[in-house]
Design a protein around this ligand. Structure first.
Ligand SMILES: *Cc1c(COP(=O)(O)O)cnc(C)c1O
Length: 378
């Protein structure tokens, strides 16, 4: 057992799992000059749209800028307030800021560790124009409640679904509930590419058309040089070689998700009797179909979390504290003044275990026995 290593994320493994196929695809695509907006981007967009069950997919350079384009296409403007969960990555609030608006972070709910609909409603002011739920760890937020709140207060809903491509709630995909949603294909994401990549998804034809133009300098036709320009755009294109890789990865993405869910079920069965642990919901088909971008659990105290982390590290099991253990509201240097005590407590006691479809049985067993050994000692 002692020689088994479980890095938190095996970066090289991402390529080496199907090295020959990836090499062939990259060489074939490059050899025909397929670098910018060639057929691979279009094919990937169509195939992903079908996989998710959404009308439009627009490949973008990364998830952060996909959010920015979505906000610009939706007409977000200076003075607008957009409510976001504090338990989230900095990307969404940066894009909100760059679009000229003000992000307003709110608490997570105790039972699912996702944004609390009641906290959203309490944060609404006359300046609020939108809600941006973040489907953290590959689980869709309580969207029925959030959509109801949005409707009652006449607010738009934009979804940061960077961690949730393929997750569903009552059959509806992450990113498909509001006006638009975004995905990230950053290497360590569930559908990870070999560099930065992302997409915006929407069922709204007008948003799709605007974002499609915006990602390519505002060009009305993707083939034309950008002289026929009706909107302000930028360069936010999905690289064509990345699209070719992603298009291939999509052919076994359902399998990769199934493997993540299998590992989550193994963790759940092995840890559910450990008193000090609080586990994420076990995999189910409905209402939530989770894809386990991460397996995040909580212990009783910060001291216990740090001791567990050290013990796992000594046993060659890599772990991570998501976003360095800081919620958005704690970024005081960016001007936030909100207090979110539930989120604070969550970040003090939470930890991510290794979770990836390329983990072997022996690696999963090693994570499980190491965690169990730690709690047998305390
Ligand atoms: C990864 C991530 C992003 C950013 O995606 P990039 O492709 O890295 O720009 C945004 N939001 C969340 C919640 C993420 O996890």
């Amino acid at each position: 057992m002692a020689d088994i290593k479980v890095p938190f994320f095996d970066w090289a493994g991402l390529f080496n799992e199907r090295r020959d196929d990836f090499s062939r695809i990259m060489i074939e695509t490059a050899a025909r000059g397929g670098f910018i907006l060639q057929r691979d981007v279009e094919e990937f967009e169509q195939n992903l749209a079908e996989f998710i069950g959404v009308k439009h997919v627009i490949g973008c350079s990364d998830g952060t800028n996909a959010i920015l384009l979505g906000l610009r296409a939706s007409g977000v403007k200076a003075g607008d307030e957009i409510i976001v969960p504090s338990h989230s990555f900095i990307a969404a609030i940066q894009s909100i800021h760059f679009a000229g608006a003000k992000p307003v972070p709110v608490e997570l709910a105790e039972h699912d560790w996702l944004v609390d609909p009641a906290a959203i409603e309490a944060a609404i002011t006359p300046r609020t124009t939108a809600i941006m739920p973040v489907h953290v760890n590959g689980r869709v937020c309580q969207m029925e409640k959030i959509m109801e709140i949005a409707e009652r207060h006449n607010l738009a809903v934009y979804e940061d679904s960077a961690q949730a491509a393929g997750a569903r709630l009552n059959g509806i995909g992450a990113g498909c509930w509001g006006q638009w949603g975004t995905y990230s294909f950053y290497p360590s994401k569930t559908l990870g590419c070999f560099g930065d990549a992302g997409a915006l998804v929407t069922n709204d034809d007008a948003i799709a058309e605007t974002v499609r133009a915006m990602r390519n300098h505002g060009a009305n036709s993707e083939k034309s040089i950008p002289l026929d320009v009706a909107v302000w755009g930028t360069n936010c294109r999905l690289d064509n070689i990345h699209a070719a890789i992603l298009n291939y990865k999509l052919t076994y993405y359902a399998e990769a998700i199934a493997r993540r869910r299998e590992i989550a079920a193994l963790y759940d069965a092995a840890f559910c009797d450990i008193g000090p642990l609080r586990l994420p919901p076990a995999p189910a088909e409905t209402p939530n179909f989770d894809i386990y971008q991460n397996y995040e659990l909580c212990v009783e105290s910060r001291e216990q979390r740090d001791a567990l982390r050290n013990y796992l590290s000594e046993n060659n099991v890599g772990t991570i504290i998501q976003w360095g253990g800081f919620g958005i509201h704690q970024l005081r240097g960016l001007g936030f003044t909100q207090d979110c005590p539930i989120t604070d407590r969550f970040f003090q006691t939470s930890l991510l275990l290794p979770m990836n479809h390329i983990l072997t049985e022996a690696q999963v067993d090693h994570v499980i026995s190491s965690v169990r050994q730690f709690f047998a000692m305390v």
